[in-house]
Design a protein around this ligand. Structure first.
Ligand code: ACO
Length: 331
């Protein structure tokens, strides 16, 4: 059986840091409130003229370099994002051009914070079906551009960044063991971006100012997120008759420290099994998992043969998990 393995990881975070103290000057909030409710200290914000495709391209270049793969060897680029450069064409196509990946076809996936897991599943299918041998999977966002910076309920939570992995056909027992995806469109009102798509176009007489910005009922999202993240993580483990004690590292979508801790507790994982970097970057939606994975990989926290569990939850609602027998040899 052909399996897909991760052979390289990369990430790219904007240089500009926005601290909780900076946000105190923008809306009626405090560092104490933000940190106690979310675990977030600071987040990165893209510079003027720095777009999702730019962050994605650099993250992809770093992943290709680690894998020792040339851009022209890539057959597929799939990119999870909800803050694309344009409504269309896909940001993945812009990344393809930037990389010179002339032999790849490219598309975006809109699954909000589950975007990376959805994109990964899609690329795994590409390799396992025998359609191609090498793919790039990217999660990239400039959420700062779809946040209402006068809304304290949301603006404290999010940040910008990108992460990427190279997937290749595996020649040993390591690789992606399985992916598990779910959606439920009935929760739309709890988390969505009203405009601008065809339901809410900018009017000729003037743009309705609130439309482009993300809307969220945070406390309702919280409850469903913990339940679904737990269920889909256990689904991955149970599929392989594995338990929490078998997990070397759990990389959950970095939404909020309280969500991560509540989920880890329900799965019965210990603190040192859980990867958390939300304090540095906030919630970067589809980028959180590949960024955390890249940091863990480069810090030597993942060794060949380790069992990596990833799970995500986001707007849609969408949720998903992936279980990986880690392939990259620790240097
Ligand atoms: N600073 C100070 N006070 C605030 C702020 C703020 N930034 N934001 C909200 N408040 C106030 C509210 O107005 C409310 O005041 P009130 O009681 O006078 O009405 C009070 O704090 C409590 O508000 P809640 O929304 O009930 O606070 P909660 O404890 O639920 O925390 C939070 C809010 C952090 C958003 C939490 O609900 C959460 O993390 N939800 C998950 C949302 C999320 O992560 N979404 C991302 C996308 S989905 C995903 O990634 C999983």
């Amino acid at each position: 059986m052909i399996r897909a393995k991760i052979s390289g990881t990369g990430s790219c975070m904007p240089e500009k840091i926005l601290t909780n103290q900076d946000i105190e000057k923008m809306v009626d909030t405090s560092h104490e409130w933000i940190f106690a409710r979310t675990g977030i200290n600071e987040r990165r914000i893209a510079a003027e003229g720095e777009f999702t495709s730019d962050l994605a391209t650099t993250a992809a270049q770093r992943a290709l370099e680690m894998a020792g793969v040339d851009a022209q060897e890539i057959g597929l680029i799939v990119l999870g994002t909800i803050s694309a450069d344009y409504p269309w064409p896909a940001t993945a196509c812009i990344v393809q051009k930037n990389l010179g990946a002339t032999n790849a076809y490219a598309y975006d996936i809109s699954a909000a914070c589950s975007g990376f897991i959805y994109a990964l599943a899609s690329a795994v299918d590409y390799i396992v079906s025998g359609r191609g041998k090498k793919a790039l999977v990217i999660g990239a966002e400039t959420l700062s551009r779809i946040i209402d910076w006068s809304d304290r309920n949301t603006c404290v939570l999010f940040g910008d960044g990108a992460g990427a992995v190279v997937l290749e056909a595996s020649d040993d027992e390591t690789g992606i063991l399985s992916t598990h995806l779910h959606s439920d469109g009935s929760y739309l009102d709890l988390l969505y971006q009203p405009g601008f798509a065809t339901r809410h176009m900018p009017s000729v007489s003037g743009i309705e100012a609130h439309l482009p910005f993300l809307k969220m009922q945070g406390n309702e999202v919280f409850k469903v997120a913990v339940r679904m993240l737990t269920e889909v993580s256990l689904e991955a483990l149970h599929t392989h008759n594995l338990g929490p004690e078998d997990v070397s590292l759990f990389i959950p979508h970095q939404a909020n420290r309280r969500i991560l801790e509540a989920t880890a507790k329900r799965i019965k994982l210990t603190e040192d099994q859980v990867c958390i970097n939300v304090h540095k970057y906030g919630n970067t939606s589809s980028a959180t998992i590949p960024v955390a994975m890249d940091e863990a990989c480069r810090a030597g926290q993942l060794k060949k043969g380790d069992l990596l569990l990833m799970s995500a939850f986001g707007g849609g609602f969408t949720w998903g998990s992936a279980l990986v027998r880690w392939s990259i040899q620790d240097n």
